[in-house]
Design a binder for this molecule. Sequence first.
Ligand SMILES: NC(=O)C1=CN([C@@H]2O[C@H](COP(=O)(O)OP(=O)(O)OC[C@H]3O[C@@H](n4cnc5c(N)ncnc54)[C@H](OP(=O)(O)O)[C@@H]3O)[C@@H](O)[C@H]2O)C=CC1
Ligand SMILES: O=C(O)C1=N[C@H](C(=O)O)C[C@H](O)C1
Length: 266
Amino acid sequence: MNPPLRLAINGATGRMGQALLDLLQHDSRFEVVAALTAPGVPQLGERAWQSPAAPCFQAGWPQDALDVVIDFSGPDGLASALDHCTPRGVALVSGTTGIDAALKARVAEASKRIALMHASNFSLGVAVLTRLLREAAAVLPDWDLEIVEAHHNRKTDAPSGTALSLGEAAAAARGSTLARDGVTGIREGARHAGSIGFAVVRGGDIVGEHIAMLIGAGERVELGHRATDRSIFARGAIEAACWLCRQAAGAYNLEAVLASRLTLRS
Ligand SMILES: NC(=O)C1=CN([C@@H]2O[C@H](COP(=O)(O)OP(=O)(O)OC[C@H]3O[C@@H](n4cnc5c(N)ncnc54)[C@H](OP(=O)(O)O)[C@@H]3O)[C@@H](O)[C@H]2O)C=CC1
Ligand SMILES: O=C(O)C1=N[C@H](C(=O)O)C[C@H](O)C1
């Protein structure tokens, strides 16, 4: 049997960090070597779960060698993970959203040296939704496309990373880009033909909902996904980490993992 993969969680005290730790306590494929969080959080020094084998929450990267890092933190946390993983050849799975063009470029640059998967959504359902939307957007090129997303009241980035990725996939299927046709924020006046609009709802404990509306004259197609439990994202990221550790340097997406595990047919 292979020894367990040596893993660090970045953003370990957050909502996703907790969902990951809940699953990883019982996953013999991994040894959680470090549970990293931001400096100053009250949990620093506490064990990540109730076992003497659990690491304590810490604010700096460990000296120990790692096989893989799973990062669900924020833009600063992702930048720090890139700084740690790239020179050391450590694989990196990141679900952090709300990152700007400069950080996206750093992610792309790092993937020349390490195996890296950055995905705005690690759920199987959203992977399928993306496929369906690509197809619908291509066969209905003249229909108006609006993407509505809803999340909990603690979410800081908007539109969500998933909404933007869905928009990018649809735009690409129509031979366009979000930079050209995406429209966010409050809109006034008539709709521009070909634009892809985004609407954002924030409230309560909504885990994550995305609805893509393709609106024609006298009819409308709606494709949507509702997450009701964060463990779906955590499970996807854990499977990705396991898979990524066997890959050469490069930028990978979740579809590659799903194709190898579930043989999703095109
Ligand atoms: N791709 C996907 O499938 C999913 C992506 N996400 C994304 O993951 C990210 C985290 O989401 P969520 O868990 O809900 O957010 P939380 O705010 O609950 O958790 C983020 C955690 O990261 C910590 N953190 C902040 N800065 C750093 C740093 N520099 N180094 C290490 N840790 C840091 C935070 O500490 P502190 O609280 O002190 O700031 C917090 O504990 C978001 O970008 C979100 O959009 C979420 C769900 C699914
Ligand atoms: O912050 C969240 O919670 C989520 N963020 C991701 C995003 O921005 O798309 C994925 C998921 O919807 C939950």
